[in-house]
Write a protein that binds this ligand. Sequence first.
Ligand code: GLY
Ligand code: MN
Ligand code: MN
Length: 354
Amino acid sequence: MNIGKLKSFLQDKDYAAFIVSEENRRYFTAFPSSDGFLIVTAEKAVFLTDSRYIEAAQQQCVDCDEVLLFKSIKESIVPVVEELGIKKLAVESGRITLRQLAMYSSGINVEFETDNSLENAIESIRLIKSRAEIDLVIKAQRIAEKAFEHILGFIKVGMTEREIGLELDYFMLRNGADALSFETIAVSGEKTSMPHGVPGMRKIQNGDFITMDYGAVVDGYHSDMTRTIAVGNVSREQKEVYDTVLKAQTEAFAVMRPGIPCADVDKAARDVITQAGYGDYFGHGLGHGVGIEIHEEPRLSPFGKKVLESGILVTNEPGIYLPGKFGVRIEDMAFITDDGYENLTVCPKELIII
Ligand code: GLY
Ligand code: MN
Ligand code: MN
């Protein structure tokens, strides 16, 4: 189905698509592999991969008219290009290296289109998720939510951040995750002021915030969630910051619907944080698209140029980070529907104190 959209795009182009990136190959064929080529014209899609993957590829690739063994550019790609009568190949401008381009150009006797047109077209196709894609994200998210429930009973004073992070990872992988969405963030105490802090040997103490940002992958689709919880007790300042972040997230949800510019969604959250006096402590954008990659279009930030449409999946993840003290982030995923959004994250958000 996804290749069908690309074939339609190629209908009035003077080039065929030459797709080499792992993420786009997987997106279009549903087949994971570290190496391969997908050549698509308005009529035909041909996937080539080497001997490590060929048997599995022939069984699993979807929407491909042919799945062929790759031996070398000369022996495998050139004959396909000739047979399909291709005169020009467009590459993914944002995803291939100059070295790859030089290698392909010297080996295949056609013109190469290196502008952003193919990259932009693929980005637009990937932007709008099908129900099947969303169902995979939801499956991944349910695993992450189960892990959250589990971790609440697991965390004890004296335990290290690393133990918490590893437990989340192990639980997700034991419960159906194919992989982790990214390196799990589990930070505590003053380290919660680092949005992407790395779990270390710091031991959990009473009065800590713990921020956990993590996700599972199912059939190539990523989930992404963050929860900040407290241990033992919280100060008035901690509570105020937590409530401000939660309110910021709520206000951003309130404006999410087709037609609203991404920058305005960011602003809805940022205004809450700025009015509470913490504007200097929310450095990152409000959110990002999620799908076959953990970070994809669109970007919800003051500079986000896109407008929300039905079928887009984004995170909503405001945060306040007070250096040397503590930080809070809360992150859910929102699927934009015809008349609003569906929150894919089913997990409590009132401040949990364990
Ligand atoms: N830690 C990745 C993200 O939430 O965007
Ligand atoms: Mn996250
Ligand atoms: Mn995120």
